[in-house]
Design a protein around this ligand. Structure first.
Ligand SMILES: [Zn+2]
Ligand SMILES: [Zn+2]
Length: 220
């Protein structure tokens, strides 16, 4: 086991975070060791091969939750789906996930992405049970129209994609971005979580809700 990547465990449950790809994108991996089932949060390029030969060996990935449709978070989504993972994402990010060629007018290429059909759309304030634990899903648009955050109450950890960073906020200058929507979403949907919640952004250092409430100058 890779202890430095293990950020929480309880009974036979394990929560790992790894980084993959050119932009060191975070992937969250929750494993229920009793049922040998797991779910993932984001699947960047390079994540499939590494995880299948390490922490996910002999584990069934029942679901992949996508924080948002940017290329650095979804490169290997179709590979996990090919093994039977149900793919969850917000409907407002459907176009790029299902048809990466839609990126060509903006980015000049499809960024090497393979189309991946979403199985279940995530609604704001919905609750999922995966690998026998509960996940609160909240919609926080403004970085992407379909940006979603996932709060794992049992672990006290929130995966926030690229909405909030330690002492910073996500970019809002991409297509579909909106600064005011992003800031109000962070305040209402993330800063309202318990103060000791560990916040795992899409990239960079982890933080806590309390730290961002007190120190993040974008959220004053
Ligand atoms: Zn992004
Ligand atoms: Zn990103």
């Amino acid at each position: 086991m890779n202890d430095k990547n293990l950020i929480w465990h309880g009974d036979s449950n394990y929560l790992y975070v790894f980084q993959f790809g050119r932009l060191y994108t975070h992937t969250g991996i929750f494993i229920n060791g009793k049922t040998k089932s797991a779910f993932l949060i984001d699947a960047p390029f390079g994540s499939y091969e590494f995880l299948k030969t390490s922490v996910l060996r002999d584990i069934f990935v029942e679901a992949l939750l996508i924080t948002h449709c940017h290329w650095d978070h979804i490169g290997d989504d179709h590979l996990f789906k090919g093994d039977g993972a149900k793919v969850y994402a917000h409907k407002d990010d459907r176009t790029v996930i299902e048809n990466p060629k839609a990126l060509i007018p903006y980015a000049g290429s499809d960024m090497g992405l393979t189309p991946c059909i979403i199985d279940e759309f995530i609604d704001d304030n919905s609750f999922l049970t995966l690998a026998e634990i509960g996940i609160y899903c909240r919609s926080v648009p403004g970085h992407c129209p379909g940006s979603v955050i996932f709060y794992l109450g049992c672990a006290g950890v929130a995966f926030v994609g690229d909405t909030l960073f330690r002492n910073g906020i996500g970019r809002y200058d991409f297509p579909g971005g909106d600064k005011n929507l992003l800031i109000s979403g962070i305040k209402g949907k993330i800063l309202s979580l318990p103060g000791d919640t560990i916040v795992v952004p899409g990239h960079g250092e982890f933080t806590t809700v309390a730290h961002e409430r007190e120190n993040n100058k974008y959220l004053k």
